[in-house]
Design a protein around this ligand. Structure first.
Ligand code: SOE
Length: 362
């Protein structure tokens, strides 16, 4: 492994750019620069991400001596920015959704594979130790036969009539909003912990705030989907960005004949385990964690680990893949991003056809 520090650049200085910047610094990288779309925005992006310099164009950042580009811009720019970065020989960490269509996401996967570069997507909830614990238990057969999967991902930050964000605009965010933005996390997490794949969906979408600030809204505020998996398991998920009181509540329950497991992203240091003989709540405690969970444990028991910690571990694993030419187990890559885009595509097609059962393309 090289002892030189990785040199990285961040494109975009919004909330996600800040989270990426913190994770890059914690991972020991030098954040060489951040790109904003004007000199003022470049300076704001620099300040937000902790970068050394602000750049007003991607060209300038790519000309600087960097190894990795973090793409944290609106969804419609992921395709051109990522293609340009790969073309310049840079490894890429691109925000989800990887692209605004399944076709574009497949194109990015192909480009990354052809370039032989590390290309990852922050499905960061994989990096909660109790999620790894759940995955370990399922893999060990502790659930018995998995009978159903259910849950939700609920937020309320777009519940108000005039709440707005670039994600609301389909030109910037893409044709799906709630499902692509957060439903994608739920599906990724479900497939990650079960090792099973969603093969068909029957979905409905609703735009509750059809007009925000006088502008017509064409992206969905919420979606519900029932689905079935390759392994024959059935499930349902509710996704909403207009559910008052829920801030960032991803809940996943895996029900089995021997045991069921419940994980709540807003209470990520615990895992509910249900058995006919009695239920228990497991706490993140390094003394009892399985090795995959212990690997991403940072703090002693009782010292809460959360969202930024998960992000830090994801970025550290992405950098390890760059530096050691080794893919740490569970690292979400562009294949996961492209797969997620195919699920989003199936959800939209199903919803447009009045919840007709729709196959997820392979
Ligand atoms: C906004 O809905 C958002 O920041 C998502 O874009 C992230 O992926 C999620 O982790 C938190 O909520």
């Amino acid at each position: 492994m090289s002892t030189d520090k990785l040199r990285v650049g961040i494109v975009g200085g919004g909330f996600m750019g800040q989270v990426h910047g913190r994770a890059a610094l914690v991972s020991g990288a030098t954040v060489v620069g951040a790109v904003g779309s004007s000199p003022d925005r470049a300076e704001a992006a620099r300040a937000a991400t902790g970068a050394e310099r602000g750049f007003a164009t991607l060209d300038e950042l790519l000309a600087a001596d960097i190894d990795v580009v973090h793409v944290c811009t609106p969804n419609n720019t992921h395709l051109p920015v990522t293609l340009q970065a790969l073309d310049a020989g840079k490894h890429v960490i691109c925000e989800k959704p990887l692209a605004t269509s399944a076709k574009d996401a497949a194109g990015l996967l192909a480009a990354a594979e052809e370039a032989g570069l590390v290309a990852t997507v922050p499905f960061v909830y994989r990096y909660h130790p109790m999620v790894r614990e759940l995955r370990t238990k399922v893999a060990a057969g502790e659930a018995g036969q998995i009978t159903s999967l259910h849950g939700s991902y609920l937020q309320d930050w777009l519940a108000g009539a005039d709440d707005d964000n670039w994600r609301v605009d389909d030109a910037a965010g893409g044709p799906s909003r709630a499902f692509a933005d957060i439903g994608s996390h739920w599906c990724d997490l479900t497939e990650f912990v079960t090792g099973d794949r969603i093969v068909a969906v029957s979905a409905q979408t609703r735009t509750v705030r059809a007009n925000r600030g006088g502008v017509e809204v064409r992206t969905e505020d919420l979606a519900t989907a029932q689905f079935r998996t390759e392994g024959g398991v059935v499930g349902t998920v509710v996704v909403s960005q207009v559910a008052a009181g829920r801030k960032n509540r991803l809940y996943l329950e895996v029900s089995g004949t021997d045991a069921s497991f419940g994980f709540d992203q807003e209470d990520p240091d615990r895992l509910w385990v249900g058995r006919r003989a009695g239920n228990q709540v497991l706490f993140r405690d390094p003394e009892t964690l399985s090795p995959p969970a212990a690997r991403i444990n940072r703090l002693p028991a009782g010292h809460a680990q959360g969202y930024q910690d998960a992000f830090d571990f994801f970025v550290a694993d992405s950098y390890a893949a760059v530096e050691q030419d080794d893919r740490p187990d569970g690292l979400p890559d562009f294949a996961a991003g492209a797969r997620s885009a195919r699920i989003v595509d199936a959800v939209l097609r199903s919803a447009a056809a009045d919840a007709t059962w729709t196959a997820v393309e392979h």
